[in-house]
Write a protein of this length. Structure first.
Length: 331
């Protein structure tokens, strides 16, 4: 089987690019590492620049470069494609559109439709059972979110953009907080603070999520990697003492944890529901019994779980993905 992994850069492989490439090679697969933002078309056949990974080469590590002769590779000459990043903003629409067209002929580990429509925070209400998600409001109208906040004066909230990643612009809003009004104005585009004359300033509104704070988060979060509906790897994250966020990149502490049967059952329930929409690899953020976030595009966790526990689960990932698609192709 020939697998094409599409990533942002071939000069610095990510924490999924490296171990997943190594694992598929160990199973005898031909792996190409390709540039996501270089997708192009030759008479409507889609191709990209990339590297055919040497079968006998040294294992890759996160941060290493993809060694080998670089060339061009047609997507329809691969049996499976794995999108590992979001396209860059300037080419975002074009790349997603071309990848969707390519997906009509070639299998993708995570479907383009799923990556586009199920990755934002909007999708939690569709994928996660009501009893396992925090109550939320979503709007680009500052006055609506401000009124919802004021209706519950003793409630703590979290406010964030629906499409941000890595803990960016995630704010903890205490009850009767002095800066809440300004934060909600900022997250919704500061439209109320614009002095527009005859609409010369254009459309300013941006969407924000106002979500009830979950006290269980204080005890730490767990990131669970679910592959083809099976919980494969997990680790814990504890927030920095000076920050309510537990993202590793923002100072959160990586720890080894166990999952109890209820956590595994919930993670696999969500993974199986996502599979119905072509999503076969997902990172689920959990503070049981609540699901905090779904991470579909290049979710960290596989490499972090290895760092925390000393166990590399990448072979299990490759085995499940290969078996799933081979079953689909034979049926």
């Amino acid at each position: 089987m020939r697998l094409l992994i599409l990533t942002n850069t071939l000069d610095c492989l990510g924490e999924n690019d490296a171990p997943i490439t190594n694992a598929f090679r160990r199973f005898g697969c031909e792996v190409i590492l390709g540039e996501l933002n270089a997708i192009a078309a030759d008479d409507y056949r889609f191709f990209t620049r990339g590297v055919l990974v040497p079968q006998d080469g040294k294992p890759y590590h996160p941060g290493s470069a993809a060694l080998g002769d670089r060339g061009t590779f047609f997507l329809d000459e691969c049996q499976l494609i794995w999108v590992m990043n979001h396209p860059q903003d300037r080419v975002f629409c074009d790349v997603w559109q071309m990848l969707w067209l390519a997906s009509q002929h070639t299998a993708f580990v995570n479907s383009i439709e799923g990556l586009m429509f199920l990755n934002p925070k909007h999708a939690l209400g569709y994928v996660v059972p009501k009893e396992n998600r925090a109550f939320s409001y979503i709007s680009n109208d500052f006055s609506l979110l401000w009124e919802r906040y004021r209706q519950s004066p003793d409630q703590c909230w979290v406010a964030k953009p629906p499409n941000s990643t890595g803990g960016q612009n995630v704010f903890l809003l205490p009850s009767n907080g002095p800066n809440v009004r300004a934060i909600l104005q900022c997250l919704t585009g500061n439209a109320v603070a614009e002095y527009n004359y005859g609409d010369l300033g254009g459309f300013k509104a941006e969407y924000a999520v106002l979500q009830r704070f979950i006290p269980e988060v204080v005890q730490g979060e767990k990131r669970v990697i679910v592959v083809c509906g099976k919980a494969v790897a997990w680790h814990g994250r504890q927030g920095h003492p000076d920050d309510h966020r537990s993202n590793i990149a923002l100072g959160g502490k990586l720890i080894s944890v166990d999952l109890h049967s209820g956590e595994i059952e919930l993670a696999e329930l969500i993974g199986q529901k996502l599979m119905a929409h072509g999503i076969n690899f997902v990172g689920i953020d959990m503070a049981y019994p609540y699901i905090l976030e779904l991470n579909l595009v290049n979710p960290g966790g596989l490499y972090d779980a290895k760092l925390a526990s000393g166990v590399d689960h990448s072979d299990q990932v490759a085995k499940l993905v290969i078996a799933h698609f081979q079953n689909n192709w034979s049926s």
